[in-house]
Ligand binder design. Structure first.
Ligand code: X8Z
Ligand code: ZN
Length: 614
């Protein structure tokens, strides 16, 4: 999972002890006029100070239960995780209740911000009713485990394939039918989650309403230092800015897939069948690079082959990522990181393989959990996860309620910003590819490879929460879950289901962040922001020349500026934090457009006279 969600979970946890304390104190207060409850005497700074302390402690407890569950899925850890969550949620409800004492008062700005963030501190708030809270926690825990342990077993238990194997088929196979089977097989594993999910939505929505939000989607949209409706507009505006880039890529890729699979399988003017793009969710397409390579034979960009040839294992990959951050002046990872992280998939137990970074103790106990394989995709993901880890370490001295990304898109963008500096020159420097020939053709090849991840992702990043926002608001009801999902997939991504779908299916549940209840707009924002960060860091490093050639590897000044931003955490509105690094207060697609300028004009040339769109 990602960092912020962990943080949210941690925040949920932390509320417990105070909750109990409060309950007792208030009871005493009720029967004695002379004794004032401790909290009643607290001013806002003292309240915030106490909550910060308590939450850090409770977050530690929840984090321990959640990490244990994620790295050893079984009925006992599911139960313990659910109980820990329940306790955290109880604390959280009580803390929010206590914070109401300060409503309408004029507070110092730090306390006011902390109290506002406290209220937004969980991704699924529970109703006050203890029974419903228990149900919500149990459902969340159960869905997480179902996803982690899911397998497709076409012919009995001997034939089972897990997500890693099916993902590999999606990446490597070029056989239409084999791809279709892997796709359908994995998606069939989500069917049993449908009912749980619908119940979960009911309960979490009720919790959000009790907190004063119109539904859980509105609560999620409230964490961006602007009104939730404004944020919806903002996200649409950004999508509008990048939509033409996606349209151009889609048009070219569809054409090339037609060359591979034939016009009957990939018709012009129609959405692309979702199983042909090298990825289970068609979210990032780099795996089909060999099918769409603009100038075959011009450049060697096969990092996966190099990793395998050089016998890179999980630790060595993680050390390589650490070295990048250290080159920017970040510290070495603490010894406990190496001792407590899960870097490979254990052979003897079920785990949640979806990569995640963890901040266990609000201090230096940081970890990642990933089933690292020697592939380019996994390599990039390790650098991504360490971005979260270095954010945690950079803001560890902030009060607990400010220990978060400036907004959640910032958290997701740190490691990806580093990914943008992993240029052919850098990869050559660390010995993963041969010397770099820099010419127009190799530039287009290189840009294509990156665009298959970065541009292809944008509509996917946008639509996941569009679906959830509709689900939470009640616009999409359980009986339309799947149809609404495919409507958005077609509309935004221009992809279609490879086999007929019905409301027996629950395709959203086949994507980790739905059963994991991790908000997803963060990634959409990140994929725009990371180019803004990259540009700012390149300027700080004094880079001359096109943006796509810049790597800040080894540049201390860029590192200093980066750390300065990370250290602020969520202590001030993100606009201020963004301005400090980039000079602007707005998220904006001009940097991503600048970065891909060579590819874009090339694509326009290729697409001339073609029927683009779907
Ligand atoms: O979930 C992730 C990270 C963990 S925060 C591996 N990502 C999204 C996804 O895989 O769907 C990174 C890119 C988008
Ligand atoms: Zn992440």
């Amino acid at each position: 999972m990602n960092s912020d969600r962990d943080r949210l979970m941690q925040r949920i946890c932390m509320a417990c002890r105070t909750a109990l304390g409060t309950a007792i104190v208030l009871a005493i207060a009720g029967c004695s006029r002379t004794e004032q409850p401790e909290q009643a005497r607290e001013d806002a700074p003292a309240f915030v100070e106490r909550i910060n302390r308590e939450m850090a402690e409770r977050g530690h407890e929840l984090g321990a239960a959640a990490f244990t569950y994620a790295t050893y899925i079984n009925p006992d850890t599911e139960f313990l995780n659910s109980k820990a969550n329940e306790r955290y949620l109880e604390y959280f409800s009580n803390a929010v209740e206590q914070a109401k004492a300060f409503e309408g008062q004029s507070l110092d700005s730090t306390s006011a911000r902390a109290i506002k963030l406290l209220k937004l501190g969980v991704s699924a708030p529970a109703p006050k009713d203890p029974q419903k809270r228990a149900q919500l926690s149990a459902l969340a825990s159960k869905m997480e485990g179902m996803y982690g342990a899911a397998k497709y077993c076409p012919q009995g238990p001997e034939s089972c394939k897990d997500q890693i194997e099916l993902t590999q088929t999606m990446a490597e196979s070029r056989d239409y039918e084999a791809l279709k089977e892997a796709w359908s097989g994995w998606h069939s594993t989500a069917r049993p989650m449908r009912e749980e999910y619908a119940n979960f939505v009911e309960l979490a929505n009720e919790g959000a309403r009790e907190l004063g939000f119109s539904d859980l989607g509105a609560m999620w949209r409230s964490n961006y230092d602007m009104q939730p409706d404004e944020f919806t507009q903002e996200a649409s505006r950004l999508w509008g800015q990048v939509k033409p880039l996606y349209g151009a890529l889609h048009c070219y890729v569809r054409d090339r897939l037609q060359d591979t699979y034939g016009e009957d399988k990939v018709p012009s003017d129609k959405p692309i069948p979702a199983h042909l793009l090298g990825n289970m969710w068609a979210q990032q397409w780099a795996e089909i690079y060999p099918l769409v390579e603009p100038y075959p034979g011009v450049s060697d960009l096969d990092i996966t082959a190099a990793l395998k040839k050089q016998k890179y294992d999980a630790v060595r990959i993680t050390r390589a990522a650490e070295s990048f951050y250290v080159s920017l002046g970040f510290p070495k990872l603490p010894q406990s990181f190496w001792e407590r992280s899960m870097l490979t998939k254990p052979a003897d137990r079920e785990v949640q393989c979806h990569a995640s970074a963890w901040h266990m103790d609000a201090n230096e106990d940081v970890r990642i959990k990933q089933c690292i394989e020697a592939t380019q995709e996994e390599l990039m993901t390790v650098y991504h996860e360490l971005g979260h880890v270095y954010y945690y370490l950079a803001y560890k001295d902030q009060p607990y309620l400010f220990q978060s990304g400036a907004h959640d898109g910032f958290h997701e963008a740190i490691g990806d910003t580093v990914n943008l500096s992993m240029t052919p020159a850098y990869l050559h420097e660390i010995g993963l590819i041969g010397p770099v020939k820099r010419n127009d053709q190799s530039t287009i090849n290189q840009q294509m490879k990156i665009a298959l991840d970065k541009i292809a992702f944008l509509p996917f990043g946008k639509l996941i929460d569009e679906w959830r926002w509709k689900v939470f608001s009640g616009e999409v009801k359980p009986e339309n879950y799947n149809a609404a999902w495919w409507e958005l997939r077609e509309q935004y991504q221009g992809v279609s289901a490879p086999v007929p779908r019905s409301e027996e299916d629950f395709d959203p549940g086949a994507k980790y962040h739905i059963p994991g209840n991790t908000p997803y707009t963060r990634y959409f924002l990140s994929f725009i922001l990371q180019f803004q960060f990259h540009k700012a860091l390149c300027e700080a490093a004094g880079h001359q020349g096109p943006l796509h050639e810049c790597s800040v590897y080894g540049n201390e000044e860029a590192g200093r500026r980066f750390r300065e931003m990370l250290a602020m955490g969520q202590s001030q509105p993100w606009q201020q934090t963004l301005e400090k690094l980039t000079g602007t207060r707005e998220m904006d697609a001009s940097a991503i457009t600048e970065y891909f300028a060579p590819l874009l004009s090339w694509l326009e040339e290729q697409n001339k006279g073609k029927q683009c769109g779907w």
